[in-house]
Design a protein around this ligand. Structure first.
Ligand code: BEZ
Ligand code: FE
Length: 298
Protein backbone atom coordinates (compact mmCIF):
# COMPACT_ATOMS: atom_id res chain seq x y z
CA UNK A 1 0.00 0.00 0.00
CA UNK A 2 1.55 3.32 -1.09
CA UNK A 3 1.53 6.23 1.38
CA UNK A 4 0.74 9.85 0.43
CA UNK A 5 4.29 10.85 -0.43
CA UNK A 6 4.69 7.76 -2.65
CA UNK A 7 1.42 8.65 -4.39
CA UNK A 8 2.76 12.10 -5.31
CA UNK A 9 5.18 10.29 -7.58
CA UNK A 10 3.55 6.95 -8.42
CA UNK A 11 0.04 8.14 -9.33
CA UNK A 12 1.05 9.36 -12.77
CA UNK A 13 2.31 5.94 -13.85
CA UNK A 14 -0.76 4.30 -12.35
CA UNK A 15 -3.11 6.55 -14.40
CA UNK A 16 -1.05 6.06 -17.56
CA UNK A 17 -1.21 2.30 -16.99
CA UNK A 18 -5.01 2.49 -17.38
CA UNK A 19 -4.49 3.45 -21.02
CA UNK A 20 -3.27 -0.08 -21.79
CA UNK A 21 -6.62 -0.95 -23.37
CA UNK A 22 -6.82 2.16 -25.56
CA UNK A 23 -6.68 1.05 -29.21
CA UNK A 24 -6.72 4.53 -30.79
CA UNK A 25 -2.99 5.32 -31.02
CA UNK A 26 -3.36 9.09 -31.50
CA UNK A 27 -5.90 9.42 -28.67
CA UNK A 28 -3.58 7.40 -26.45
CA UNK A 29 -0.69 9.73 -27.31
CA UNK A 30 -2.82 12.83 -26.55
CA UNK A 31 -4.12 11.45 -23.23
CA UNK A 32 -0.67 10.23 -22.13
CA UNK A 33 0.85 13.68 -22.69
CA UNK A 34 -2.14 15.45 -21.13
CA UNK A 35 -2.07 13.37 -17.93
CA UNK A 36 1.72 13.66 -17.69
CA UNK A 37 1.72 17.46 -18.08
CA UNK A 38 -1.28 17.95 -15.76
CA UNK A 39 0.34 15.89 -13.02
CA UNK A 40 3.70 17.62 -13.50
CA UNK A 41 1.90 20.99 -13.25
CA UNK A 42 0.20 20.03 -9.97
CA UNK A 43 3.50 18.80 -8.51
CA UNK A 44 5.46 21.84 -9.74
CA UNK A 45 3.12 24.38 -8.12
CA UNK A 46 2.17 22.12 -5.17
CA UNK A 47 -1.49 22.68 -6.12
CA UNK A 48 -3.88 23.04 -3.18
CA UNK A 49 -7.45 21.72 -3.05
CA UNK A 50 -8.80 25.30 -2.83
CA UNK A 51 -6.87 26.37 -5.90
CA UNK A 52 -8.05 23.37 -7.89
CA UNK A 53 -11.65 24.07 -6.84
CA UNK A 54 -11.26 27.69 -8.02
CA UNK A 55 -10.03 26.41 -11.36
CA UNK A 56 -13.01 24.05 -11.62
CA UNK A 57 -15.38 26.92 -10.82
CA UNK A 58 -13.65 29.02 -13.49
CA UNK A 59 -14.10 26.28 -16.11
CA UNK A 60 -17.72 25.82 -15.04
CA UNK A 61 -18.35 29.57 -15.44
CA UNK A 62 -16.68 29.48 -18.87
CA UNK A 63 -19.09 26.75 -19.95
CA UNK A 64 -22.06 28.67 -18.59
CA UNK A 65 -20.98 31.76 -20.53
CA UNK A 66 -21.18 29.91 -23.87
CA UNK A 67 -24.14 30.52 -26.19
CA UNK A 68 -24.61 30.09 -29.94
CA UNK A 69 -22.93 33.53 -30.28
CA UNK A 70 -20.29 33.35 -27.56
CA UNK A 71 -17.60 30.71 -27.10
CA UNK A 72 -15.73 31.39 -23.89
CA UNK A 73 -13.46 28.33 -24.22
CA UNK A 74 -12.15 29.53 -27.60
CA UNK A 75 -11.56 32.93 -26.00
CA UNK A 76 -9.65 31.17 -23.22
CA UNK A 77 -7.56 29.29 -25.78
CA UNK A 78 -6.97 32.55 -27.71
CA UNK A 79 -5.86 34.51 -24.66
CA UNK A 80 -3.51 31.75 -23.48
CA UNK A 81 -1.83 31.74 -26.90
CA UNK A 82 -2.94 28.17 -27.58
CA UNK A 83 -5.10 29.03 -30.61
CA UNK A 84 -2.20 30.86 -32.25
CA UNK A 85 0.16 27.98 -31.45
CA UNK A 86 -2.22 25.49 -33.08
CA UNK A 87 -2.49 27.78 -36.16
CA UNK A 88 1.30 28.04 -36.40
CA UNK A 89 1.72 24.27 -36.01
CA UNK A 90 -0.85 23.64 -38.78
CA UNK A 91 0.88 26.02 -41.17
CA UNK A 92 4.31 24.53 -40.43
CA UNK A 93 2.88 21.04 -41.02
CA UNK A 94 1.17 22.05 -44.30
CA UNK A 95 4.25 23.75 -45.68
CA UNK A 96 6.61 20.96 -44.57
CA UNK A 97 7.34 19.62 -48.05
CA UNK A 98 6.26 22.65 -50.08
CA UNK A 99 8.73 24.18 -52.52
CA UNK A 100 8.63 27.87 -53.32
CA UNK A 101 10.81 30.94 -53.66
CA UNK A 102 9.07 32.60 -50.70
CA UNK A 103 7.00 31.12 -47.90
CA UNK A 104 3.20 31.30 -47.98
CA UNK A 105 1.47 34.22 -46.25
CA UNK A 106 1.44 33.63 -42.51
CA UNK A 107 -1.80 32.49 -40.95
CA UNK A 108 -3.31 33.87 -37.78
CA UNK A 109 -6.34 33.21 -35.57
CA UNK A 110 -9.81 33.16 -37.14
CA UNK A 111 -11.55 34.69 -34.13
CA UNK A 112 -15.24 34.50 -33.29
CA UNK A 113 -16.60 37.03 -35.78
CA UNK A 114 -16.44 35.09 -39.07
CA UNK A 115 -19.91 34.93 -40.65
CA UNK A 116 -20.24 32.41 -43.44
CA UNK A 117 -22.09 33.51 -46.57
CA UNK A 118 -20.83 37.08 -47.04
CA UNK A 119 -22.06 38.45 -50.40
CA UNK A 120 -19.95 38.14 -53.57
CA UNK A 121 -18.87 41.60 -54.62
CA UNK A 122 -17.22 42.95 -57.78
CA UNK A 123 -13.66 44.29 -57.55
CA UNK A 124 -13.73 47.91 -56.43
CA UNK A 125 -16.92 47.51 -54.36
CA UNK A 126 -17.16 49.43 -51.09
CA UNK A 127 -18.09 47.11 -48.20
CA UNK A 128 -17.63 50.03 -45.79
CA UNK A 129 -20.60 52.02 -47.11
CA UNK A 130 -22.56 53.30 -44.10
CA UNK A 131 -20.08 51.74 -41.65
CA UNK A 132 -18.59 54.11 -39.03
CA UNK A 133 -14.93 54.78 -39.85
CA UNK A 134 -12.59 56.40 -42.33
CA UNK A 135 -12.59 54.95 -45.87
CA UNK A 136 -9.68 52.75 -46.95
CA UNK A 137 -8.75 51.29 -50.32
CA UNK A 138 -7.27 47.76 -50.12
CA UNK A 139 -5.18 46.63 -53.09
CA UNK A 140 -2.82 43.76 -53.82
CA UNK A 141 -2.33 40.47 -55.57
CA UNK A 142 -2.69 36.79 -54.82
CA UNK A 143 0.17 34.67 -56.17
CA UNK A 144 1.63 31.24 -55.57
CA UNK A 145 4.87 30.91 -53.61
CA UNK A 146 6.84 31.29 -56.88
CA UNK A 147 5.16 34.63 -57.55
CA UNK A 148 2.82 33.41 -60.30
CA UNK A 149 -0.53 35.26 -60.22
CA UNK A 150 -3.57 33.27 -59.17
CA UNK A 151 -6.58 34.38 -61.21
CA UNK A 152 -10.00 33.82 -59.63
CA UNK A 153 -8.57 33.45 -56.11
CA UNK A 154 -11.20 34.13 -53.45
CA UNK A 155 -10.80 36.68 -50.66
CA UNK A 156 -13.44 36.40 -47.95
CA UNK A 157 -13.05 39.64 -46.00
CA UNK A 158 -14.43 40.85 -42.67
CA UNK A 159 -13.57 43.45 -40.06
CA UNK A 160 -14.92 45.51 -37.22
CA UNK A 161 -15.69 49.15 -37.90
CA UNK A 162 -13.71 52.32 -37.25
CA UNK A 163 -14.97 52.30 -33.66
CA UNK A 164 -13.96 48.72 -32.92
CA UNK A 165 -17.38 47.02 -33.25
CA UNK A 166 -18.33 44.01 -35.36
CA UNK A 167 -21.82 43.69 -36.87
CA UNK A 168 -22.26 40.44 -34.90
CA UNK A 169 -21.88 42.31 -31.62
CA UNK A 170 -24.82 44.64 -32.33
CA UNK A 171 -28.03 43.91 -30.42
CA UNK A 172 -29.97 43.50 -33.68
CA UNK A 173 -27.32 41.81 -35.77
CA UNK A 174 -29.27 40.47 -38.72
CA UNK A 175 -27.44 42.58 -41.33
CA UNK A 176 -23.85 41.99 -42.41
CA UNK A 177 -21.51 45.00 -42.35
CA UNK A 178 -17.94 45.33 -43.58
CA UNK A 179 -17.97 41.85 -45.14
CA UNK A 180 -17.64 40.64 -48.69
CA UNK A 181 -16.14 38.05 -51.02
CA UNK A 182 -13.92 39.16 -53.91
CA UNK A 183 -12.28 37.23 -56.75
CA UNK A 184 -8.93 38.26 -58.21
CA UNK A 185 -8.70 39.31 -61.88
CA UNK A 186 -6.63 37.60 -64.62
CA UNK A 187 -3.43 39.06 -63.16
CA UNK A 188 -4.25 37.93 -59.63
CA UNK A 189 -5.11 41.48 -58.56
CA UNK A 190 -7.76 42.58 -56.08
CA UNK A 191 -9.00 45.95 -54.92
CA UNK A 192 -11.91 46.96 -52.77
CA UNK A 193 -12.97 49.67 -50.34
CA UNK A 194 -13.81 49.34 -46.68
CA UNK A 195 -12.90 51.33 -43.58
CA UNK A 196 -9.64 51.54 -41.63
CA UNK A 197 -10.36 49.19 -38.73
CA UNK A 198 -9.85 50.28 -35.14
CA UNK A 199 -8.38 48.40 -32.20
CA UNK A 200 -10.93 46.84 -29.83
CA UNK A 201 -11.10 44.82 -26.61
CA UNK A 202 -12.12 41.17 -26.54
CA UNK A 203 -15.35 40.45 -24.59
CA UNK A 204 -14.42 41.16 -20.96
CA UNK A 205 -17.74 40.49 -19.20
CA UNK A 206 -17.07 36.80 -18.49
CA UNK A 207 -14.58 34.59 -16.65
CA UNK A 208 -11.86 35.09 -19.29
CA UNK A 209 -12.18 38.86 -18.78
CA UNK A 210 -11.71 38.38 -15.03
CA UNK A 211 -8.67 36.19 -15.73
CA UNK A 212 -7.15 38.86 -18.03
CA UNK A 213 -7.67 41.50 -15.32
CA UNK A 214 -6.18 39.31 -12.62
CA UNK A 215 -3.18 38.60 -14.85
CA UNK A 216 -2.66 42.38 -15.18
CA UNK A 217 -3.00 42.26 -18.97
CA UNK A 218 -4.45 44.67 -21.51
CA UNK A 219 -7.61 43.31 -23.22
CA UNK A 220 -7.15 44.95 -26.65
CA UNK A 221 -6.42 43.68 -30.13
CA UNK A 222 -4.70 46.11 -32.54
CA UNK A 223 -6.66 47.29 -35.62
CA UNK A 224 -6.89 44.58 -38.27
CA UNK A 225 -8.93 43.30 -41.19
CA UNK A 226 -9.58 39.56 -41.53
CA UNK A 227 -9.11 37.67 -44.80
CA UNK A 228 -9.63 34.06 -45.79
CA UNK A 229 -7.72 33.61 -49.05
CA UNK A 230 -8.15 30.51 -51.20
CA UNK A 231 -7.50 29.27 -54.73
CA UNK A 232 -7.89 25.96 -56.51
CA UNK A 233 -4.89 23.65 -55.93
CA UNK A 234 -3.47 25.81 -53.13
CA UNK A 235 -3.53 25.66 -49.33
CA UNK A 236 -6.01 28.31 -48.09
CA UNK A 237 -4.86 30.79 -45.49
CA UNK A 238 -6.91 32.49 -42.77
CA UNK A 239 -5.13 35.64 -41.75
CA UNK A 240 -5.33 39.37 -40.93
CA UNK A 241 -3.66 42.54 -42.11
CA UNK A 242 -2.69 44.66 -39.11
CA UNK A 243 -2.68 48.48 -39.18
CA UNK A 244 1.01 49.34 -38.70
CA UNK A 245 0.61 52.30 -36.38
CA UNK A 246 -2.31 50.93 -34.39
CA UNK A 247 -2.18 51.03 -30.60
CA UNK A 248 -1.63 47.56 -29.08
CA UNK A 249 0.34 46.29 -32.09
CA UNK A 250 2.94 44.89 -29.64
CA UNK A 251 0.51 43.55 -27.04
CA UNK A 252 -2.28 41.79 -28.99
CA UNK A 253 -4.24 39.98 -26.27
CA UNK A 254 -4.57 36.88 -28.50
CA UNK A 255 -0.94 36.88 -29.77
CA UNK A 256 -2.08 37.00 -33.42
CA UNK A 257 0.33 39.63 -34.76
CA UNK A 258 3.07 38.45 -37.14
CA UNK A 259 5.60 41.00 -38.44
CA UNK A 260 4.89 39.90 -42.01
CA UNK A 261 1.21 40.89 -41.63
CA UNK A 262 1.79 44.47 -40.43
CA UNK A 263 0.86 46.89 -43.21
CA UNK A 264 1.42 50.66 -43.37
CA UNK A 265 -1.83 52.52 -44.04
CA UNK A 266 -1.08 55.57 -46.20
CA UNK A 267 -3.21 58.67 -45.72
CA UNK A 268 -4.49 60.59 -48.78
CA UNK A 269 -6.06 63.99 -49.27
CA UNK A 270 -9.41 64.18 -51.09
CA UNK A 271 -9.01 63.54 -54.84
CA UNK A 272 -9.14 60.75 -57.36
CA UNK A 273 -8.03 57.40 -55.88
CA UNK A 274 -5.83 55.00 -57.90
CA UNK A 275 -8.89 52.98 -58.91
CA UNK A 276 -10.47 56.15 -60.34
CA UNK A 277 -12.92 56.72 -57.49
CA UNK A 278 -13.45 60.40 -56.74
CA UNK A 279 -13.05 60.93 -53.00
CA UNK A 280 -14.46 64.05 -51.40
CA UNK A 281 -12.92 63.30 -48.01
CA UNK A 282 -9.49 62.06 -46.90
CA UNK A 283 -8.99 58.34 -47.17
CA UNK A 284 -6.43 55.62 -46.48
CA UNK A 285 -4.86 52.94 -48.64
CA UNK A 286 -3.19 49.64 -47.79
CA UNK A 287 -1.40 47.27 -50.16
CA UNK A 288 -0.61 43.60 -49.57
CA UNK A 289 0.37 40.65 -51.76
CA UNK A 290 -0.81 37.24 -50.55
CA UNK A 291 1.11 34.03 -51.35
CA UNK A 292 -0.50 30.60 -51.31
CA UNK A 293 1.45 27.33 -51.18
CA UNK A 294 0.57 24.55 -53.61
CA UNK A 295 -1.43 21.78 -51.97
CA UNK A 296 -4.93 20.58 -51.21
CA UNK A 297 -7.42 23.46 -51.33
CA UNK A 298 -9.77 22.08 -48.68
C1 BEZ B 1 -10.97 38.77 -33.70
O1 BEZ B 1 -10.02 39.24 -34.24
O2 BEZ B 1 -12.02 38.96 -34.27
C2 BEZ B 1 -10.85 38.04 -32.38
C3 BEZ B 1 -9.93 37.02 -32.26
C4 BEZ B 1 -9.82 36.35 -31.05
C5 BEZ B 1 -10.62 36.71 -29.98
C6 BEZ B 1 -11.53 37.74 -30.10
C7 BEZ B 1 -11.64 38.42 -31.31
FE1 FE C 1 -11.04 40.78 -35.40
Amino acid sequence: MADASDAVHSLTDEVLGRLAGCTDARFKQLMTALVTHLHDFAREVDLTGEEWMQAIQFLTAAGQQCTDKRQEFILLSDTLGLSMLVVALAQARASGGAQGATPATEATVQGPYYWEGAPDRPLGFDIGEGVPGEPALYTGRVTDTDGRPLAGALLDVWSGDGEGNYDMQMADNTEMRARGRFRTDEQGRFWFWSIRPSYYPIPMDGPVGRMIERMGRDPNRPGHIHMMVSAEGHVPVTTHLFVADSPYIDTDVVFGVRDSLIVPFEQHEPGTAVDGRPMRKPYWSAHYDFRLAPGPSA
